[in-house]
Design a protein around this ligand. Structure first.
Ligand code: FDA
Length: 308
């Protein structure tokens, strides 16, 4: 019930100033973001890999309106990928990229984002890993999927996220359930209007299950991104119903969310990948995590009081 209001309040400049006054080390931020620098991201990856988990890393940033920032993001991914390779971690860690962080929102943004994404895909391939395109609000879905199609011509290993809450997503799942396709299925984290998205939790869950069926019955590699115990249980039984062998699909969860469940699934023989965001621009990411779990508001308020 609080999800949409929190996402709307997060657009206010005052709220943004208040939240970004929190030091990274404060309880709430540190729970979801292991640090601001490449070294922090590599250290978090090493620890997760030691615990039997795979990783995908996101250099935080979105809605870039300055071409220099887009270039800096590309440079950050290149630095990250070579650091992962130097640490011997590139085979267990891939990267997740938001096209709006590498130029999609700029003039001629589709061309720029595609060029930048190509640079990151090449750097990933050179160290033996892959890229998955994150999915942002619904106004960007068509453009992101068009960029995915272009990228896959040269880098067919590139994956993408689909959001079950969008009415269109079952059709997108069907289109992407082919051999060689990697699809990360999540519920969806943005404040979307009911013209394009299910807004009732139960309806979102039903849509998630319909999409799971399409992806698990298909020929691609489904990446099941959820912390919801019911969705995880349903996914596991559908995987067995469709005769999916281990390693032909994987579970994914966010850094700091249900870590004991991440370890439990990995110990049971499932592939589990943890999404690790890092960098200075954690505001948008953090407010979406707050909106998903309004109980976090208490932790957030405590962080504010203890830093004042
Ligand atoms: P749900 O929100 O119903 O949560 C189920 C349970 O998980 C909760 O009851 C709670 O126990 C726990 N939980 C969930 N969120 C929590 C939180 N923030 N803090 C603490 N506990 C929490 N979205 C998007 O729009 N575009 C994208 O590209 C991505 N990418 C992405 C990658 C990966 C790997 C994951 C796991 C998720 C995303 N998401 C995303 C976010 C996704 O859309 C969704 O908002 C969250 O995963 C929460 O939804 P759940 O499926 O976990 O269910």
């Amino acid at each position: 019930m609080l999800r949409q209001p929190i996402l709307l309040v997060s657009r206010s400049a005052r709220f943004r100033r208040l939240v970004t006054s929190l030091p990274l080390a404060s309880g709430l931020v540190a729970r979801y973001v292991p640090g601001e620098h490449t070294a922090d991201a590599v250290a978090a990856t090493a620890e997760l890999v030691r615990g039997g988990l795979a990783v995908t890393l996101d250099h935080l940033g979105e809605d870039t309106t300055d071409p220099g920032d887009a270039d800096a993001t590309v440079a950050a991914y290149r630095d990250l990928l070579s650091s992962l390779a130097a640490a011997g971690l590139a085979h267990q860690a891939e990267v997740s990229v938001k096209l709006s962080a590498i130029g999609q929102a700029l003039p001629d943004g589709d061309r720029l984002a595609l060029e930048n994404a190509r640079i990151i895909c090449r750097a990933a391939r050179n160290v033996g890993t892959t890229v998955t395109l994150d999915m942002e609000d619904h106004t960007t879905t068509d453009r992101t999927l068009a960029t995915l199609r272009e990228l896959r011509m040269d880098f067919p290993e590139t994956g993408a996220v689909l959001q079950a809450y969008l009415h269109r997503t079952e059709a997108d799942c069907r289109a992407l359930a082919h051999e060689g396709s990697r699809v990360r299925l999540c519920k969806g984290a943005y404040a979307e209007p009911e013209e394009v998205a299910f807004t009732d939790r139960l309806e979102v869950d039903r849509a998630y299950v319909r999409c799971l069926k399409i992806l698990l019955a298909g020929q691609g590699y489904p990446m099941i991104a959820t912390h919801d115990p019911r969705m995880i249980q349903i996914a596991a039984s559908l995987a067995s119903r469709y005769g999916r062998a281990p390693r032909t699909y994987e579970f994914q969860m966010l850094y700091g969310v249900r870590p004991e469940e991440q370890r439990r699934l990995a110990a049971a023989g499932e592939t589990v990948r943890v999404y690790v965001p890092y960098g200075e621009q954690w505001y948008g990411y953090l407010t979406r995590r707050l909106a998903e779990r309004p109980q976090n508001l208490a932790l957030f308020l405590r962080s504010l009081i203890s830093t004042r």
